[in-house]
Design a protein around this ligand. Structure first.
Ligand code: TXA
Ligand code: MG
Length: 315
């Protein structure tokens, strides 16, 4: 059910959960002071309670009310990338964030979305918690139609058209031991984007830290982004393959293959934009298995695309 901006704001203020667009993916939103709605987000998504939520702010100054400490270069990062698809994990003052948002961690994740419509909502409601608006484990939602496909036609959603980025925000974490920021979830900002701001390319560390059991980003423990279809990742086609191929317009595939295109290998941004729509379309068309052409560079946004496809294939 599509809401106007005013209706979406009102429903959030009344303590309801609403689907909200951002430039990365759609989110399932609740205000920070609606404990019941925050609990409902976990139930609706089927999300484990130990997987914390990102707090979305209307502007970077709002961080002052939450963070207990701002690590080195925080201001450089916020100045360069907020508003935008960057999430920063920061230590938080006790009692500033509801415990179910942080899942008991001494930190919380924050971002300022770039999409003006999102910030207009947050200006009116105050900071919103928003996980991606998909059933846990399924491909994220990059349109209002995707949100309704997962949560039903009657589910309230603010339509902000298709998401410009198409993949989630990049998450940075301040590693005290290394005295450096590290990437704990690849996302819409490529690792190289941080070089001019930080003077280094942050390391990607998505697994558990040495000697610890839990990964730094709890969400990375779970199955993600996966359609029902069985995906077979392939770098080189022998010519004998047949059936559906998720691949690229500017490549040729064996004669027995039918292409579902992610776009062109010359346009990783366009590929990111269409990624979840393509994965979701497999289920819409009851396709049971597909080859996925993963012959692309080990750099830039391709790292994120590659990680999402591996996870979608259950790797
Ligand atoms: O682009 C995005 O980030 C989207 C849009 C809606 O803003 N949101 C999103 O939320 O992707 P979600 O819940 O699907 O993913 C958030 C990730 C999870 O993997 C979670 O474990 C991690 O952020 N996270 C949240 N709080 C954290 C914390 N305090 N420390 C480490 N990881 C955290
Ligand atoms: Mg998600």
């Amino acid at each position: 059910m599509r809401l106007t901006l005013e209706q979406a704001i009102l429903q959030l203020q009344q303590g309801k959960v609403v689907g909200i667009p951002t430039e990365t993916v759609y989110g399932l939103a609740a205000t920070l002071n609606s404990p019941q709605a925050i609990g409902e987000i976990f139930t609706l998504k089927g999300r484990p309670s130990n997987n914390p939520l990102i707090v979305h702010m209307a502007h970077k100054e709002q961080i002052q009310g939450f963070a207990s400490k701002l690590p080195q270069d925080f201001f450089k990062l916020a100045e360069a990338f907020w508003p935008g698809p960057l999430t920063l994990v920061l230590p938080v003052s006790k009692d500033k964030i509801p415990p179910n948002v942080c899942a008991g961690l001494p930190t919380a994740a924050f971002r300022v979305p770039e999409l003006l419509l999102t910030r207009q909502v947050i200006e009116a409601t105050g900071p919103l918690v928003m996980p991606s608006a998909n059933i846990s484990g399924r491909p994220s939602a990059t349109s209002a139609d995707h949100v309704e496909a997962d949560f039903g036609q009657d589910f309230p959603v603010l339509d902000g058209n298709a998401c410009r980025q198409g993949v989630e925000s990049t998450i940075l974490y301040w590693d005290v031991d290394e005295a450096a920021w590290i990437i704990i979830r690849l996302g819409a900002l490529a690792p190289e984007a941080f070089l001019p701001v930080l003077g280094y390319v942050p390391k990607v560390s998505v697994g558990p830290k040495n000697g610890q059991q839990a990964p730094l980003c709890p969400g990375q423990m779970y199955k993600h982004y996966a359609p029902q279809a069985h995906l077979k990742l392939i770098r080189e086609f022998t010519g004998d393959e047949n059936g559906v191929v998720i691949g690229f317009d500017n490549r040729r595939y064996p004669p027995g293959c039918r292409l579902i295109s992610l776009g062109s290998t010359k346009d990783p941004q366009g590929v990111a934009q269409s990624l979840y729509s393509v994965l979701r379309s497999l289920d819409t068309h009851s396709i049971e298995q597909a080859w996925v052409d993963i012959d692309f560079p080990d750099a830039g946004l391709w790292l994120t695309i590659s990680e999402r496809l591996s996870k979608a294939a259950g790797k």
